[in-house]
Design a protein around this ligand. Structure first.
Ligand code: SF4
Ligand code: SF4
Length: 443
């Protein structure tokens, strides 16, 4: 039997260390290697053949291919049972942009149209996703605008979700959240995602009301009130070079207000890449790896940041928290598989990246049901077994092929790669999590 190094080995140096790591997402093994051992593996001169073979770092290629196929079939099977996240955008308007303009456009007739669309949406969900586990995420624009017509719409959405026994999540800027809490408590609310981009001064400069009004205090009050009411809060900070340095201060605010010790509170960091249309702002944007490099340095200097948010650094955090590898990632894009997006105009899209974008609609649920099957299949077929570049990439089962929409924006094709620097991320994350663990054990 001819043994070779596995095509799925990821070997790289650990940041700020002499050591290396070897990770194999197919055999689900991971080890830290001293430089000599790493060199021996890479040059094929290692004497530990049995150990390397036992961990799937050294393989019979035909056997490995069989294992890959079997794992892929398991992955497809288990995805059948996955819960589906269905987004609904009742508006694209936002009071952080143009509230008067938005409210002017609404009249009684518009509300009747909205009611018919919302009911059609829930009927569509009931029939087309029958038998599937699912929940609805309401987003926009800003879904929780303070006017009466919007409140009626949200009330109807909650009633319809209750009728079908579905839970709801809301993605909101948080500005009017306090006044919505009694209404939200009438539904089964899974979480409220709120964006806060830093401490008051930074946040207010980045996310003001149109006309310059500040928003930080209202949002903080909304987070306090939501937690107090027993609603789960997912706090999102959208990060670029301008606000990353203020993350330790935001973390301290979250600690001091008792958010981080509340089990209903969690966080996520988004990378700001939407401003790339604007040349002036482009200098403040990070690419994916450089943002995590900056975050790594920031956490080293200000460990309080990890009380607020523990970045995944690819599989690093999972490995540290669970003591084992995650399942191989054959696909990192849920669009048209376990994620769909619908909007108030009656159109259907793959996900939040494409919703509302001209040319991206995949069908309609109102006034009649239509679906462009070819386009949907192109989304559904995309994974690391179909994207040509991914088929031979050693990172594929940790990367999953990235985001289909980002890939299409770059190449014009859905079935193209959106590469994730998973080896670089692991280099940082393994150093951060396992480096700290060793230090704390030694103390
Ligand atoms: S296209 Fe991108 S944003 Fe949309 S579901 Fe896929 S990974 Fe997510
Ligand atoms: S998207 Fe790029 S990095 Fe990811 S598996 Fe495909 S080729 Fe590899």
């Amino acid at each position: 039997m001819k043994m070779e190094l596995s095509k799925h080995n990821i070997i790289s140096k650990i940041k700020d260390s002499e050591d290396y790591f070897i990770v194999n997402p197919l055999s689900r093994n991971a080890d830290i290697l001293d430089p000599e051992t790493a060199e021996a593996i890479l040059s094929g001169t290692s004497a530990n053949i049995d150990e390397l073979a036992g961990k799937g770092y050294l393989v019979d290629p035909a056997e490995e291919e069989k294992r890959f196929r079997a794992e892929y079939l398991d992955f497809l099977d288990s995805r059948e049972d996955d819960e589906i996240q269905i987004f609904y955008a009742p508006t694209y308007a936002c009071n952080f942009n143009c509230p008067y303009c938005y409210q002017e456009g609404y009249d009684k007739e518009k509300m009747q149209q909205d009611e018919a669309v919302i009911k059609a949406f829930f009927n569509y969900v009931e029939t087309e996703f029958a038998g599937k586990r699912k929940y609805i995420t309401v987003f926009g624009g800003e879904p929780l605008l303070p006017d009466t017509i919007t409140r009626k719409k949200i009330g109807l959405i909650i009633d319809e979700a209750n009728r079908l026994g579905l839970s709801l999540a809301f993605v909101t800027n948080g500005y009017s959240l306090v006044s919505y809490i009694p209404m939200l408590k009438g539904g089964s609310i899974r979480e409220v995602q709120i964006t806060l981009d830093g401490p008051a001064e930074i946040h207010n400069s980045r996310r003001p009301l149109q006309g310059g009004g500040e928003t930080f205090d209202e949002i903080v009050a909304g987070i306090d009130a939501a937690l107090e009411a027993g609603l789960a809060v997912n706090l999102r900070a959208v990060i670029d070079k301008e606000n990353l340095p203020s993350l330790p201060e935001l973390a301290r605010i979250a600690v001091e207000r008792g958010w981080t010790s509340n089990p209903l509170f969690k966080t996520q960091l988004g990378r700001n890449y939407e401003l790339h249309y604007c040349q002036e702002n482009a200098v403040r944007l990070y690419d994916r790896l450089s943002m995590y490099e900056a975050l790594y340095s920031l956490i080293k200097e200000h460990p309080v940041v990890t009380e607020f948010h523990r970045p995944a650094f690819s599989i690093s955090r999972f490995l540290f928290d669970n003591g084992e590898m995650p399942d191989p990632l054959f696909d990192s894009c849920p669009g048209c598989k376990t994620e769909w997006a619908f909007d108030y105009s009656g159109r259907i899209f793959s996900c939040t990246a494409t919703v509302g974008k001209p040319g991206e609609s995949l069908g309609t649920f109102y006034p009649q049901k239509t679906l462009v099957q070819d386009a949907v299949e192109a989304w559904q077929d995309r994974d690391v077994t179909t994207i040509p570049e991914c088929k031979t990439c050693n990172l594929r089962l940790a990367c999953g092929g990235g985001c289909a929409s980002a890939a299409k924006n770059k190449s014009g094709e859905i079935n193209s790669p959106d590469c994730r620097p998973v080896d670089g991320l692991m280099s940082l994350g393994l150093s951060l999590y396992f480096g700290n663990a060793e230090e704390s054990t030694a103390e």
